[in-house]
Design a protein around this ligand. Structure first.
Ligand SMILES: CCCC/C=C/CC(=O)SCCNC(=O)CCNC(=O)[C@H](O)C(C)(C)COP(=O)(O)OP(=O)(O)OC[C@H]1O[C@@H](n2cnc3c(N)ncnc32)[C@H](O)[C@@H]1OP(=O)(O)O
Length: 396
């Protein structure tokens, strides 16, 4: 097995090994523990498949083969494909692992799969920081990871190599994730980032490769997307929590005014460089920021692009509480797990009492900001700023 494992490891490292042994295809971390008497549901299984993307470290080839075998058994039943040739090392190792499960019932394989993932998760749970493998970074596929456990649905921005900049696909996927979270049985929904950044805002390459003659149409459809996206935050019915694990830029900052709680590491900064980019405020920040911090502090941020530390943001009311980076994940998740045990309907109704009377106003502000930004995107100031960023002349 060691020889096969070594070859598998090299293939994984070289990226040559794609599905189904690719780790993203596997399920994994089901983090709530099912006792022996419990049966893992299809939802538990799907959760585990999503959770595997958040494994902090490669579990090793032996474990991957076990996961593979259990996944195949759970979804297709006993091994029913011909044995690969002896020189086809990888497929033979996979086949051996699956075949070894014999006639294990699908339900048992599903439960074992969930249990295995649960045990893997125990060691990676403490920090909550994720270091995904290189083959898990394709935009549009794994750029967003959604998990549900302990009454909390967590939406994780997962493009750490691009500081979690938001692509159009991610805007759509976040909207879908919020829609699903609003209906699932979780009590609280969390948005967070993987890696050293929370989010660097809109992906500035969204403005590139626009064919001549389509610029205005792209600005128009961008404004529609922005408006729909922000509307989802305005309307979100359950307590919505931002776990700000690092610096935040642009729309990821402005949206915080629509969250119910914002927890930040002391390493986080908050930066809305709209004027530098030839752009204007969005995310209802033209209303929420002056309301929470007063007009002049809001102007410093939204007009002059002043970057706030986490503690300054907390003083201004944008952040609820700041935690030392070394204990951030642990402290925040302990707190959120405790909150998630409160009666969910009471929390939902209380949120609505607090927020509902502003909703209509927020929708109108969102519409206005989106329309102004649509014009801004067509301006020379905006074009020049983006060209500067892309040619690396300007760093914010
Ligand atoms: C349709 C809805 C529209 C909503 C509109 C929203 C408006 C906004 O959100 S405005 C804010 C836009 N964001 C920015 O202007 C941030 C730009 N990024 C930076 O200034 C810097 O990258 C950084 C300060 C965030 C980080 O600097 P650092 O030196 O630590 O790392 P980098 O080497 O610059 O970044 C690594 C890698 O990531 C790419 N990247 C980072 N942010 C973005 C981004 N917003 N868009 C596209 N790409 C981004 C950066 O280019 C690097 O890529 P390479 O490794 O390929 O060079």
């Amino acid at each position: 097995m060691a020889g096969v494992a070594g070859r598998l490891a090299r293939r994984w490292c070289s990226g040559a090994l794609r599905s189904p042994l690719q780790i993203t295809r596997f399920p994994a971390l089901q983090l709530h523990v099912c006792g022996p008497a419990m049966r893992a549901s299809q939802k538990d299984f799907e959760n585990a498949m999503n959770q595997v993307k958040l494994l902090k470290k490669d579990p090793g080839n032996e474990v991957k083969l076990k996961l593979y075998a259990l996944y195949k058994q759970a979804t297709e039943g006993p091994c029913n494909v011909p044995k690969p040739g002896v020189l086809d090392f990888i497929n033979k190792a996979k086949w051996d692992a699956w075949h070894a499960l014999g006639s294990l019932p699908k339900e048992t394989a599903r439960q074992n799969y969930v249990d295995l993932v649960s045990s893997l998760s125990a060691s990676s749970e403490s920090s909550g920081q994720v270091t995904p493998a290189a083959d898990r970074k394709q935009p549009g596929s794994d750029a967003l990871v959604v998990t549900s456990r302990d009454g909390i649905t967590t939406i994780t921005l997962n493009r750490p190599d691009k500081k979690n900049a938001l692509t159009p696909q991610m805007y759509h996927d976040i909207m879908l994730a919020l829609e699903a979270a609003s209906k699932d049985d979780s009590a609280i929904t969390v948005l967070t980032g993987n890696g050293d950044y929370y989010c660097s805002g809109n992906d500035l390459t969204n403005f590139t490769d626009i064919p001549p003659g389509e610029v205005e149409e792209r600005a128009r459809s961008g404004a529609v997307l922005l408006r729909d996206f922000v509307d989802c935050f305005i309307d979100f019915p359950k307590p919505l929590v931002a776990v700000v694990n690092g610096p935040a830029v642009g729309i990821s900052v402005t949206l915080l005014g629509l969250f119910d709680i914002v927890y930040a590491t002391d390493r986080a900064t908050f930066h809305t460089p709209f004027s530098h980019l030839g752009q204007s405020p969005e995310g209802c920040s033209s209303y929420t920021f002056p309301k929470m911090m007063g007009p002049s502090k809001a102007t410093e941020m939204l007009v002059f692009g002043k970057k706030l530390t986490a503690r300054e943001a907390c003083t201004q009311g944008l952040v609820t509480e700041v935690f030392p980076d070394s204990t951030f994940q642990k402290e925040v998740w302990v707190r959120l797990k405790a909150y998630s045990k409160l009666p969910p309907n009471a929390m939902r109704i209380s949120k609505q009492v607090i927020r509902n009377r502003e909703k209509e106003k927020l929708h109108a502000i969102n519409a206005e900001e989106s329309s102004i930004l649509q014009e801004r995107w067509l301006s020379d100031e905006c074009m020049n700023a983006i060209v500067n960023f892309l040619s690396k002349k300007a760093k914010l």
